[in-house]
Design a protein around this ligand. Structure first.
Ligand SMILES: [Zn+2]
Length: 122
């Protein structure tokens, strides 16, 4: 049996449908008999919708601002994972380049780099 304190801790994830089904069922069971928690859920859902509407109305970056960001960050790795050692290694990188997100994987063997893959998510 779930109490109100635990239900309220998990309520934001329940409202966003981001809970494992077992916990979601426990909250749903609690909500059947708890008007206070149902009201809390209504409030969370209403706030999430208003927040989403506010985000959608925000202006995006201007072309000039975006170009400045790209110029300063071009080629910077966002994520880089290196495995192996000096003789044999594998490198996976996600870089900032323009508006796309290029991803590259390289194999290192005896200090030489052999590209494995490169593609760009848009
Ligand atoms: Zn409750």
């Amino acid at each position: 049996m779930m109490d109100c304190i635990r239900a309220n801790e998990l309520m934001p994830w329940y409202a966003n449908n981001n809970l494992p089904s077992e916990e979601a069922w426990l909250i749903a069971d609690h909500l059947v008999n708890c008007p206070a928690c149902r009201e809390e859920l209504r409030w969370i859902i209403r706030m999430a919708r208003e927040h989403q509407a506010d985000l959608e109305q925000m202006p995006g970056l201007t072309e000039r601002t975006w170009n400045k960001v790209v110029a300063r960050t071009r080629g910077l790795p966002v994520v880089q994972v290196n495995m192996g050692h000096s003789l044999l290694g594998l490198s996976l990188r996600v870089l900032v380049e323009g508006r796309g997100i290029p991803m590259r994987g390289d194999l290192f063997l005896l200090g030489y780099r052999a590209p494995l893959f490169a593609f760009e998510a848009v």
